[in-house]
Write a protein that binds this ligand. Structure first.
Ligand code: HEC
Ligand code: HEC
Ligand code: HEC
Ligand code: HEC
Ligand code: HEC
Length: 190
């Protein structure tokens, strides 16, 4: 092999390496805010947590997220909760007008997207964490619940599960270790 041929071989190798690297990077990198294997969606209504829990409106978290008398967790409020106040427009904002026209007037439930949604085989209970272990919402949900506008919902096109906002097994187990809470597989898996 001549010197020239050797150089050509190395050139092709390096070029191939760079190409493979770029392709891998393009598909799997977190460098892009939303890489191609991830989709993003806006919430159906731009609900403002800060405004609703401000002194002006005066709701507390428990007005909308609470335990029912039978101990089950209410989750996200249904439209009837919103209608307590929005039967009549409360202000002038176009966001509120759109919400009234699209959901309140036709009486249509709002299809909220759940940032922390767990896979079906995971068992999670708010009662154990809030009532028994006395935890604050922020320990697991961070800033959600204190935003002016719900963040963009980013999900994997492969698994269909939300990204970044969902709690992974390691995080559950880390905290269970810290508090000496149960961690048999069947504690969390159905
Ligand atoms: C007037 C009703 C209302 C009040 C009051 C309210 N929320 Fe919400 N909350 C909602 C609605 C509607 C959603 C769904 C839209 C969204 O995610 O912003 C939601 C979503 C959330 C979520 C996101 C859960 C997920 O994984 O998708 C968290 C966390 C949350 N609220 C916490 C709080 C906290 C903490 C407070 C008190 C500071 C609070 N909320 C007060 C109505 C309310
Ligand atoms: C306790 C009464 C009350 C409840 C319950 C309530 N709201 Fe409101 N909401 C208000 C008031 C007051 C405003 C402020 C109007 C303004 O100043 O423009 C408001 C504003 C809004 C706006 C406009 C936000 C903006 O950008 O100005 C939207 C959208 C909205 N609410 C949706 C909802 C939804 C969805 C629910 C149910 C999950 C809900 N509200 C429950 C009282 C309420
Ligand atoms: C120990 C962690 C933890 C704490 C503390 C916690 N949550 Fe959650 N929350 C989760 C997980 C995990 C999910 C997803 C549950 C699922 O998909 O089965 C969730 C789901 C939700 C949802 C989505 C609707 C649903 O399925 O319930 C809302 C709303 C919510 N939490 C609000 C709150 C509020 C308000 C508080 C404080 C009073 C709180 N959470 C405290 C971990 C927590
Ligand atoms: C911030 C800390 C923390 C995080 C995060 C956390 N847990 Fe827990 N969990 C606890 C504590 C403490 C208890 C014990 C409550 C008690 O005394 O019964 C508990 C109890 C439980 C129980 C009830 C166990 C029983 O006694 O039967 C289940 C189920 C559970 N956790 C599932 C989960 C899952 C699933 C996740 C992640 C999605 C999670 N937990 C995240 C602290 C946490
Ligand atoms: C404290 C709660 C908790 C305990 C204990 C726990 N898991 Fe999980 N596990 C989860 C959660 C939450 C998920 C879903 C999020 C994720 O994929 O990390 C999960 C996901 C998984 C997955 C799917 C992983 C993936 O990447 O798709 C497997 C497999 C699994 N767990 C096996 C186990 C086994 C085996 C044990 C017992 C040794 C166990 N888990 C104990 C909370 C728990």
């Amino acid at each position: 092999m001549s010197e020239e041929e050797k150089k050509g071989g190395w050139g092709a190798f390096i070029l191939g390496f760079i190409l493979a690297f770029l392709v891998g990077w393009y598909f799997f990198s977190n460098w892009f805010a939303v890489p191609p294997l991830y989709g993003k969606l806006e919430q159906p209504v731009a609900f403002d947590h800060v405004k609703h829990t401000s002194e002006d409106v005066g709701c507390s978290c428990e007005d909308c997220h609470y335990f029912r008398d039978d101990g089950t967790w209410s989750g996200v409020p249904r439209l009837e909760k919103c209608i307590e106040c929005h039967e009549e427009p409360q202000g002038e904002s176009p966001e509120e007008r759109k919400f009234i026209e699209e959901y309140v007037e036709p009486g249509k439930e709002i299809p909220w997207l759940i940032y922390s949604r767990q896979p079906k085989n995971v068992f999670f209970s708010h009662v154990a964490h809030i009532k028994i272990a006395n935890m604050r919402c922020e320990e697991c949900h961070g800033k959600l619940g204190h935003t002016r506008k719900p963040p963009v919902y980013v999900y994997s096109r492969v698994s269909r599960y939300p990204q970044h906002t969902v709690m992974v097994m390691e995080e559950c187990i880390d905290c269970h270790n810290k508090h000496k809470a149960k961690k048999y597989c069947f504690t969390c898996h159905k």
